[in-house]
Design a protein around this ligand. Sequence first.
Ligand SMILES: Nc1nc2c(ncn2[C@@H]2O[C@H](COP(=O)(O)OP(=O)(O)OP(=O)(O)O)[C@@H](O)[C@H]2O)c(=O)[nH]1
Ligand SMILES: [Zn+2]
Length: 208
Amino acid sequence: MDAPVKPLKPATTSQVALPRPTKEEAEAAVRTLIAWAGDDPNREGLLDTPARVAKAYGELFAGYGQDAAAVLSKTFKEVGGYDDLVLVRDIPFYAHCEHHMVPFYGKAHIAYLPHDGVVGLSKLARLVEVFARRLQTQETMTAQIIDAINENLGPRGAAVMLEAEHMCMTMRGIKAHDVKTVTHRFTGVFAEDRVEQDRFFAMVAGRR
Ligand SMILES: Nc1nc2c(ncn2[C@@H]2O[C@H](COP(=O)(O)OP(=O)(O)OP(=O)(O)O)[C@@H](O)[C@H]2O)c(=O)[nH]1
Ligand SMILES: [Zn+2]
């Protein structure tokens, strides 16, 4: 018989103030959920599952330990004076919806108009990871990505679009398959100029 499940520490609304439970407490919580699902956490096939889930959470929610400012800290100024639009499109991401804790996944498209140098292209994909690997809403994630770009790169303009499928809408609930949710936000020149917005949409669609 396993030791009785220790109670989890009380939840707070603040991510920062929340005391981190121990690995043993996390594993006990997984055992509780297995039993809640209707299975026996003590049967052989499930014995190692709580430890695996706790370990997987470290990867799936790694974003809490990452810092957008650090990801965007290095810029390059030697780009031949290039200051036109840079678009990195089709960045794949996997996030978890904060309502049901099931995945939503899709693609992010990020564009910016450089002001004083450019950032390494991989860093924009890393930035998406920083915010995807948390409990999220698609809207919050869109806003966090563009805010981080503005705060750390100070571009003349930025544009972010996310297209995602929410599994809480496909495998449960309304069970609406192939539904895509699209969010986008524009700042700076992109917010002011419809021509720039249209250029962004055309480039995201691969037409330019
Ligand atoms: N705006 C927004 N809603 C989301 C996101 N992810 C999931 N949701 C929605 O969150 C809502 C939660 O609604 P509730 O009525 O509180 O929960 P529920 O009874 O499980 O809702 P149903 O999914 O309709 O069964 C649902 O409408 C989900 O589709 C997201 O990223 N953004
Ligand atoms: Zn959901």
